[in-house]
Design a protein. Structure first.
Length: 281
């Protein structure tokens, strides 16, 4: 890990070592043959090295996006700042997306932290693959609450606009509430959809949005394993990323993780999006 951390620090300081080139730079710089570590273990070690790097990544560009307050667009749009970290597949952070009141309503609908179930699993390199607690909010619960219905619609519209994917709104997946409340809580490298680089299948999952309702005092960043990306959101921000490039599913560009929480707590609301099936177009 010390060798990988040193290589990661060196590669992160290079202006030309971005994207997949970041991982390739580390593979070339690490003082041992890459084949000595199985791929999952190398990815975990690379991610751990990225988590230990100081600070967070800077956006490559910024712009604004309009957000309708209600699904019928009866209220005036608000303009929110967007930080773009990667174009293909897209990674973008929308600043101040949700209010404290909207986040509080989400947690209330989930029954509070005490009603979240432990989500613990072992990883390929030993230790815990995921340590958190979570609960899915059923669609009928969200649809019955005007605040939550409007919030999720806004999440859907912004995600579709920033990824430029045709997303399925008619039968969405449940919204997931996840809490990382203890030091060391984390989610190691994983993909939310298929990430083998093969042709995408109509109707499959292609994008994710993560609403950060609480951010920790230290740690808890979101990283993309094969990138020099380390996202440090503020409370109320929403991260949007896709894993479809043209007609092909992304490879390890879509692999991401939640760094260990070091101080304070973190809780998020995650929505996964499927592509609109051809018979719905």
């Amino acid at each position: 890990l010390a060798a990988l951390t040193a290589a990661a620090e060196d590669c992160a300081s290079r202006g030309d070592a971005a994207g997949v080139a970041f991982a390739r730079c580390i593979e070339d710089s690490a003082p041992f043959p890459n084949f000595l570590l199985p791929r999952p273990m190398f990815d975990e070690a690379l991610r751990n090295a990225s988590c230990r790097l100081p600070g967070a990544s800077s956006a490559m560009r910024r712009h604004s996006v309009g957000v309708s307050s209600e699904s019928n667009c009866s209220l005036e749009d608000r303009k929110l700042d967007v930080e773009v970290f990667r174009e293909h597949p897209p990674v973008a952070l929308i600043k101040s997306f949700a209010s404290n009141a909207a986040c509080a309503r989400l947690l209330e609908a989930a029954g509070g932290f005490e009603n979240l179930s432990d989500a613990v699993a072992k990883g390929a390199a030993g230790g815990f693959y995921r340590r958190s607690s979570s609960k899915n909010l059923a669609n009928q619960v969200l649809e019955a609450d005007e605040t939550l219905r409007s919030l999720r619609y806004q999440m859907f519209k912004v995600t579709g606009e920033l990824t430029r994917y045709k997303l399925n709104w008619t039968s969405p997946e449940p919204l997931n509430i996840a809490a990382y409340r203890k030091p060391g809580d984390e989610y190691r490298p994983h993909c939310d959809g298929r990430c083998g680089g093969d042709r995408h299948r109509p109707g499959e999952r292609v994008a994710t949005s993560i609403l950060y309702c609480q951010v920790p005092a230290e740690g808890g960043h979101t990283t993309f394993t094969m990138d020099s990306l380390k996202i440090g959101p503020d409370q109320g921000d929403m991260l949007v990323f896709g894993y479809l490039i043209g007609q092909t599913m992304a490879r390890q560009e879509a692999e991401h993780s939640a760094c260990p929480v070091l101080a304070g707590g973190k809780w998020i609301a995650t929505q996964w999006y499927a592509e609109e099936a051809e018979d719905q177009v």
